[in-house]
Design a protein around this ligand. Structure first.
Ligand code: AMP
Ligand code: MG
Length: 409
């Protein structure tokens, strides 16, 4: 039997230092062209996009009604015809005339205003109006929505519904976006088995790999599942190298603490450069970060809560940065505690909470016992409360900072 190590050779780095050590190794991946009519949701633009033409391109009616000349005042007008959006009728207004016009139809020459149908009467081709109009009323002017040459979307914009709509509106169906990172996830542990394999006493179902794969997809990545590696150096080395060949980022779960079967740290050190191997942070102290052959490798802890919270705090921002997101961090807010909570004495902790909008405040409710193996502490959680490691009790009503990891309902 090998002797057990009593002390980690890795210094404990503060959270912010770990985050900047990671950020220093991350730059956006390559760029690819996509068609916005395909799978553009959530992609990050790699170019500035300008409008090639004004929108609207001609003056248009903003309401259904009548195109007319403001200078004719309250006089009755002779109705010359009807103009529809997309129609081809040609009308020129002269003094004392008007034309029916539908929303989106080009305003005819000679007209300088549109009046809503609700403010008019028409009998036998004669229009009476009930309200005076000013020149320009209810006309959607050239470039009112988008000016020609205007910057419509800047590089780094995340494509959501509005952005995809904007690109369609200006006719830009192909755009350059950053490539999605490919993330490979490897579980380790002799006791770890597939969730549907027969249970054996002391065995553990592999929850981490499936949770991490889902988290990586949520972060906008493509994923590769590398299965479960036994606690054997050669097996884990082969799995790590195989994963790094196919992926931009490797995540491992387990095998990073002080046990004699915790092999990931020495393996990453052998294969590449370990930038840190311990963080002053709870849950997830043994989280490890390395670069191997130009790729990023994160050794996440085995405890399910530790692995997912470490992912949130350290891995997710890196995955967002890799795909060009210029605001890769989750939003930070102040929340008011509904329950009192206890801070640990040694390290800052990210406690899981459910934040809701109540009576004009963001109120945080604890998810209960915060043990690293209690995955139930993450159920429905949409926030990580930042609790400094000063051993204090924060009573109900106190304010703390939190990362919002999901929508507030
Ligand atoms: P380790 O860091 O490998 O010592 O693992 C710490 C704890 O997490 C042990 O109780 C493991 O059984 C558990 N664990 C390790 N890997 C997984 C996994 N993939 N899914 C769920 N629990 C795990
Ligand atoms: Mg293990």
């Amino acid at each position: 039997m090998q002797p057990m190590r009593r002390e980690s050779p890795y210094p404990m780095v503060p959270i912010e230092e770990a985050q900047s050590l990671i950020a220093a190794q991350v730059a956006p991946l390559g760029v690819e062209q996509i068609d916005i009519r395909g799978d553009a949701d959530g992609r990050v633009l790699a170019e500035d996009v300008f409008a090639g033409a004004a929108l609207p391109d001609v003056p248009k009616a903003a309401v259904d009604g009548y195109a007319l000349r403001a200078e004719d005042g309250m006089d009755e007008r002779r109705v010359l015809g009807e103009l529809t959006a997309g129609g081809s009728s040609q009308v020129v207004l002269t003094a004392g005339t008007a034309a029916r016009i539908m929303t989106g139809a080009p305003v005819p020459d000679g007209a300088d205003a549109v009046i809503m149908v609700e403010q008019t009467d028409e009998h036998d081709g004669v229009l009476a109006i009930r309200q005076l109009v000013k020149s320009g009323d209810s006309i959607h002017t050239i470039g009112q929505d988008i000016a020609r040459g205007e910057l419509v979307l800047a590089r780094g914009s995340v494509l959501g519904a509005a952005e995809i709509g904007l690109l369609a509106t200006i006719g830009q169906v192909r755009v350059a976006v950053y490539r999605r990172p490919v993330v490979a996830v490897l579980a380790t542990g002799d006791e770890v088995h597939e969730p549907d394999a027969p249970a054996s006493a002391g065995g553990i179902r592999d929850s981490n790999r499936y949770a991490l794969l889902a988290a990586a997809r949520e972060a906008g990545c493509d994923t590769i599942s590398l299965g479960i590696a036994r606690d054997d150096k050669a097996v884990q080395r082969a799995a790590i190298l195989g994963g790094l060949e196919r992926a931009d980022v490797l995540l491992t779960s387990g095998g990073v603490s002080m046990g004699t079967r915790d092999l990931i740290k020495p393996l990453l050190a052998e294969l590449g450069t370990v930038h840190f191997g311990r963080i002053a942070f709870k849950p997830g102290k043994p989280t490890t970060f390395a670069t191997v052959r130009g790729k990023l490798a994160f050794g996440l802890p085995g405890y399910p809560v530790s692995s997912l919270v470490s992912f949130e705090v350290f891995v997710r921002p890196a995955l967002r940065r890799l795909q060009g997101d210029m605001r890769p961090d989750r939003p930070r807010v102040h929340v008011t505690l509904r329950d009192s909570i206890h801070a640990p004495h040694d390290r800052p902790e990210f406690q899981r909470a459910i934040v809701a909008w109540e009576d004009g405040l963001l109120v945080a409710r604890s998810t209960g016992a915060q043990g690293s193996s209690r995955l139930l502490s993450l159920r429905a959680a949409n926030a990580l409360l930042f609790v400094p490691g000063d051993g204090r009790t924060h009573s109900a009503g106190a304010e703390l900072e939190a990362l919002l990891t999901g929508p507030v309902t």
